[in-house]
Design a protein around this ligand. Structure first.
Ligand code: MTE
Ligand code: HPA
Ligand code: MOS
Length: 813
């Protein structure tokens, strides 16, 4: 069969076909999201007798439970059962990587403040929540490790440290013309999905269970719940129609809630629902890892890096979860777009008495990249160069400058072209000159601009996860039932895969029924993660559709006595040589009577990738996704207040499967990244208690925070040199890192306080307080301050005193 995507590189939607690939079809649930008709798990009509669960939380960060009297909980109104570690029928473990370090409910030892230590099931959710507060618990406290520095000092790790290297970084540093060393503190991030964690377990015959779960990883929930229940995997079915956002937070952390709901369902024979309250969700589930990065770089007069020594310490929390893979991905993105010369990268995975941190859009990549982007700016300031020139001087190139620290050559680099195109459309050079001129005469308000690239590796770095499956049925009327292992979390995966199938059969999208992900239909799936949902499930679904199509062609060839090459699927119709021109549905009907199977599975395993973690070398990524952003900001040096005034983005999605969805992902990812880097500040007190556990204290971007002038384009020259699904590129995570340009623009504005000659050690998040502190530090460090007005200074002093009183963030500047 002729493969259009592989041979002709379909560049536009197929004329006459509605909703094929490359069409800007709206999200299949878009109207339902808006009207409220989209069914989330808490909207499912509850069967009679449904029980509601609430977790009981620990009130220390680390210690032994020496007494747990739950009698008042058990006798509270409406309470039907109370679970402790003793009630777990199978293995008390929901650790994803089989590290056996994550109990469903702890057996005696508390590992973080807020850890669920028992669970109440009652007739109503309010009754369960009220009862959960009545426990009488005594602890013997143990010393708690609450910071990365403490964990490093005590060598407290959840996994072994890991090293990547190329060449001899020590000699390269020693002989470098210039050298710069510093430390960057990078904050975490709460997922703040609109729908929190929720699981609804319905008991079945024979002690089996069916679970509606808000998870990115139905198969892992299935396997873990089977272990927890002491049953085989085939006793557990997990279904996910959609999530109200996952962002990585539901890659592994859905397990505990599904486990509790399932145990109650099995124990009581009644449906059981566990829906976390927002505050509990923020207290009890992991976040983006906060990092400390210590670095030492050597560079020449042009700003080219010749050697680098980079050390990461990631705050993993109390258990391993996905931390090893996340810390690895930070290492894989240490270089971002740059050839680092001789380099050594070390990574420590710190174990602390805090909630276990987990996947979050970018999966460690953002933490790796934000550090190198600050380093580049520091080199530029040291040498008095435009940071963009230092960036381009360090871009991967040919002649021996294309090898990553993990020994994978970069063969698809489009950043020089992307940079050229964005330079032209953003007018960066002229605007930067204008901004510097503005800053020179503006004592209080300062502006900043920065242009930063993104290069993001696509594939799970855990190679075996790069596989996917699909199931396609064609019914006698020509309508299609589509199922695959990917989950929908708002990112538009379902519509993209449906478009692929519409294109394959050449039928309008409306004939394809998108159905809930279900472990009973497609087994042994990977998490929908690593931005590879459409790449992998799109291919699997195309393969399934192609199997059916090939059968239809073979049938028609026999039926009409023509050669297979004479049969063409065109929009809505099938042309059989000059013998017949029939609708897809008519051919399907004939094939059914001809006793042809109209159902098929499809499978896909990403080609070309391999990685040897022992030697830290190989090809972990099928390809790279690229993007470039130019952000302009304004800060008030008296208050630290700031806003993003203009953003220009060019992003490479290859040849888009759906430009409307891709644009949504780029805008959303950028804003989410902006939140991480500017306003979302997590803060724990000295007892290890998170104090930012609600929107009142944790500030995600609001509509009013969006850039006043937001210009985003899919890069028109975008292409994928690899044979990805219709030559598209993954888009889910990479755009988040475009927001690093905002952080760098803020740093540019801050640096202007010292005429751009002193490096502002701006950490993340760059909250108003952090910006103010950075401004004050620079102003104090500088002999010549632009502002000489003494009233200004008095005001500044008073404000800084006030600010010091209200904030002492762990991750602040
Ligand atoms: N977009 C929305 N609306 N909601 C989400 O939860 N998750 C992101 C990204 N975009 C997310 C999202 C993350 S972390 C990933 S890995 C990808 O979507 C996963 O989906 P994909 O592989 O289909 O792109
Ligand atoms: N990305 C997202 N999730 C993952 C990965 C990855 O690279 N590896 C394992 N889980
Ligand atoms: Mo995304 S962090 O890979 O779920």
């Amino acid at each position: 069969m002729l493969d259009k995507a592989e041979t002709t590189d379909l560049i536009a939607p197929t004329p006459g076909l509605t909703g094929g690939v490359r069409s800007a079809s709206k999200h299949d649930s878009g109207p339902k999201h808006v009207t409220g008709e989209a069914v989330y798990i808490d909207d499912i009509v509850e069967p009679y007798g449904t029980l509601h669960l609430a977790p009981g939380a620990a009130t220390i960060a680390h210690g032994k439970i020496i007494k747990m009297d739950l009698s008042k909980v058990r006798s509270a109104p409406g309470v039907v059962c109370v679970l402790t570690a003793d009630d777990i029928p199978g293995t008390n473990d929901v650790s994803p990587a089989h590290t056996h370090d994550e109990p469903v409910l702890p057996d005696g030892i508390v590992q973080f403040y807020g850890q669920p230590i028992f669970c109440v099931a009652a007739e109503t959710r309010e009754q369960a929540r009220a009862a959960a507060k009545l426990a009488d618990i005594e602890y013997e406290e143990l010393p708690a490790i609450l910071s990365i520095d403490d964990a490093m000092a005590q060598k407290s790790y959840v996994a072994e440290p890991h090293v990547m290297k190329r060449g001899d970084s020590a000699s390269a540093l020693a002989s470098a013309p210039h050298r710069h060393a510093s430390r960057m503190v990078i904050g975490g991030q709460d997922h703040f999905y609109l729908e929190g964690h929720v699981s609804f377990a319905i008991p079945q015959e024979d002690g089996d269970v069916f679970i509606h779960c808000s998870t990115q990883h139905p198969s892992e929930v299935q396997h873990n719940i089977a272990n927890v229940l002491g049953r085989p995997a085939n006793a557990v079915t997990v279904e996910v129609r959609r999530m109200g956002g996952g962002f990585g937070g539901k890659e592994t952390q859905s397990m505990q809630w599904a486990a509790l709901a399932s145990i109650v369902a099995i124990k009581t024979g009644r449906p059981a629902k566990m829906r976390l309250d927002r505050d509990d969700d923020m207290i009890m589930t992991g976040k983006r890892h906060d990092f400390i990065v210590d670095y030492d770089v050597g560079f020449d007069d042009s700003g080219r890096i010749c050697g680098a020594d980079i050390q990461y310490a990631a705050n993993c929390g109390f258990s391993a979860d996905l931390s090893s893979a996340i810390a690895d991905r930070a290492m894989f993105h240490t270089d971002n777009a740059y050839y680092l010369g001789d380099v050594e990268i070390r990574s420590y995975r710190c174990k602390t008495n805090l909630v276990s941190n987990t996947a979050f859009r970018g999966f460690g990549g953002p933490q790796g990249m934000v550090a190198i982007e600050r380093i580049i700016d520091e080199i530029a300031i040291t040498l008095g160069l435009d940071p963009l020139d230092v960036r381009t001087a360090n871009y991967y190139g040919d002649d021996g400058r294309n090898m990553t620290p993990y020994h994978m050559p970069v063969e698809d680099n489009v950043l020089p072209e992307l940079t050229r195109d964005l330079l032209a459309s953003s007018n960066y050079r002229q605007r930067r000159a204008e901004i510097d001129a503005f800053n020179a005469q503006s004592p209080v308000i300062k502006r900043g601009i920065a242009m930063t690239p993104v290069k993001f590796g696509i594939s799970f770095t855990t190679t075996f996860l790069n596989q996917a499956g699909a199931l396609v049925h064609v019914y006698q009327d020509g309508s299609v039932h589509l199922n695959h292992g990917g989950t929908e979390m708002g990112q538009g995966l379902f519509i993209k895969v449906a478009q692929v199938v519409a294109e394959e059969f050449q039928i309008d999208l409306e004939h394809i029924k998108i159905t809930a992900t279900n472990t009973g239909k497609v087994p042994n799936t990977s998490a929908t993660a690593a931005s590879s949902g459409a790449d992998m499930n799109g291919m699997a679904a195309r393969n399934a559709a192609r199997t059916i199509k090939d059968r239809l062609i073979a049938f028609a060839a026999t039926h009409y006595k023509v050669g297979a090459a004479e049969i063409h699927f065109v929009p809505g119709r099938v042309i059989v040589g000059d013998v017949a021109d029939i609708s897809f549905a008519e051919l399907v009907k004939l094939a059914y009577f001809g006793r042809i199977s109209l159902s098929a599975t499809g499978y896909y395993a990403t080609p070309k990738i391999h990685y040897d973690r022992e030697t830290a070398s190989g090809r972990p990524f099928f390809y790279f996704a690229y993007g470039m952003a130019c952000s302009e900001v304004m800060i008030d040096t008296l208050t630290g207040e700031n806003k993003v005034t203009r953003v220009d983005i060019l992003h490479d999605v290859g040849q888009s499967l759906n430009p409307a969805i891709d644009r949504g992902q780029i805008e959303g990812g950028f804003i989410q990244g902006m939140g991480w880097l500017t306003s979302e500040e997590l803060w724990w007190d000295d007892a290890g208690r998170i104090r930012t556990h609600a929107p009142s204290t944790y500030k995600i971007p609001a509509c009013s925070d969006r850039p006043e002038d937001f210009r985003m384009e899919l890069w028109s020259s975008g292409r994928n040199v690899e044979k990805s699904i219709h030559r598209s590129k993954a888009v889910g995570e990479p755009p988040l890192m475009l927001a690093i340009s905002v952080h760098r623009a803020l740093a540019h504005a801050v640096a202007s306080v010292a005429q751009g000659k002193v490096v502002p050690a701006l950490n993340t998040p760059a909250t108003p307080e952090a910006i103010l502190r950075a401004v004050l530090r620079l102003a104090d460090d500088t002999v010549h301050i632009a502002r000489s007005d003494s009233n200004d200074r008095q005001e500044k002093g008073a404000r800084s005193a006030a600010m010091a009183g209200v904030s002492a963030p762990q991750a602040g500047a």
